[in-house]
Design a protein around this ligand. Structure first.
Ligand SMILES: [Zn+2]
Length: 305
């Protein structure tokens, strides 16, 4: 299946060949939210467990290689090579479905993913022990279990900014809020969740996932000053990552994966629409003289969790 998929791409598309490690790679990031069986909730922000299972089975067998933020950061900051056709699967909001459905499936298919949790609701669900209502979230023991799997990378989706009740949408700067006050407010909220996650799983997140994708002109600059290496936004685009250019890790674009449009379809359309195809446009100074892409090292690749 993997071979057939690769062969079809090679035959159908004008492949540009590259020798040596690319200095720049294009990386698509898919954005998921809830996974549930309730027909009333299925839609843009919720898919069924069978849809998720189909996506992960496809990605495990296709020429794409799921990676996590640690891999993107290691590539940009240290030059650690990425596998060919890297793709990141991100799950926002820390829904209970991350534990109920995602964890067993990533273990079954050995596909690494990213889960961005909200601190305030994680605290609330941990103390209340609720798992049976319509809008459930994970608890801290479940977060720890997910992280211990070695396949779910936990990231920061704010402690309590996933709302509009603080005078701004998500992590946006308030109207007439000076840059210093904004930086202090972000630091107070984000650092609280960094500390909570560090306490629970032993490592602090590297990446901030913007609630609602809402941000302001200096948001990424504040994140960098707080020690974050990357941020995830919601603009639908493929990201070009370049070794030695840390700014390219911020406000990364993502493609939402809604009900009814699977990962294979989304990635296939991106491939078809891209100007040069092979590895989502790797860039290197050393070009091979022949016209075929070297074999992907997906079978031996391990995520940098
Ligand atoms: Zn969210």
């Amino acid at each position: 299946m993997k071979f057939l998929f690769s062969l079809l791409l090679l035959l159908a598309l004008p492949v540009t060949c590259h020798a040596g490690a690319p200095s720049s790679v294009d990386v698509p990031i898919l954005m998921y939210h809830k996974v549930c069986k309730d027909p009333a909730q299925i839609g843009k922000f919720a898919i069924t467990p069978s849809e998720l299972a189909r996506d992960l089975a496809f990605l495990a067998e296709s020429a794409y290689t799921p990676v996590v933020m640690a891999d993107l950061i290691a590539f940009v900051l240290d030059g650690t090579p990425l596998p060919e056709r890297p793709v990141v699967l991100t799950f926002d909001d820390g829904f209970f479905s991350d534990h109920r459905y995602l964890l067993p499936l990533v273990l079954e298919h050995q596909v690494p993913v990213v889960s961005s949790i909200i601190g305030q609701v994680t605290d609330a669900y941990t103390s209340e022990g609720r798992t049976d209502i319509l809008y459930p979230h994970v608890t801290w023991p479940q977060v720890a279990e997910m992280a211990a799997s070695g396949l779910i990378e936990i990231q920061n989706h704010s402690y309590d900014l996933h709302c509009t009740r603080h005078g701004a949408k998500g992590a946006e700067q308030r109207t007439r809020e000076c840059d210093t006050a904004y930086a202090n407010r972000l630091q107070a909220d984000l650092s609280l969740l960094q500390t909570r996650i560090q306490e629970q799983i032993g490592t602090a997140p590297t990446t901030f996932t913007y609630p609602f994708g809402a941000k302001s002109a200096c948001s990424d600059q504040v994140l960098q000053s707080l020690g974050f290496s990357a941020s995830l936004a919601t603009e639908a685009r493929v990201n070009t990552l370049t070794i030695g250019a840390p700014d390219c890790l911020f406000s990364l674009g993502r493609m939402i994966r809604p009900h009814g449009r699977d990962a294979e379809t989304i990635l296939g359309r991106l491939e078809a629409s891209h100007r040069t195809v092979g590895c989502f446009r790797p860039h290197t100074t050393a070009q091979s003289s022949h016209g075929f892409r070297l074999q992907c090292p997906v079978a031996t690749y391990r995520p940098a969790l």
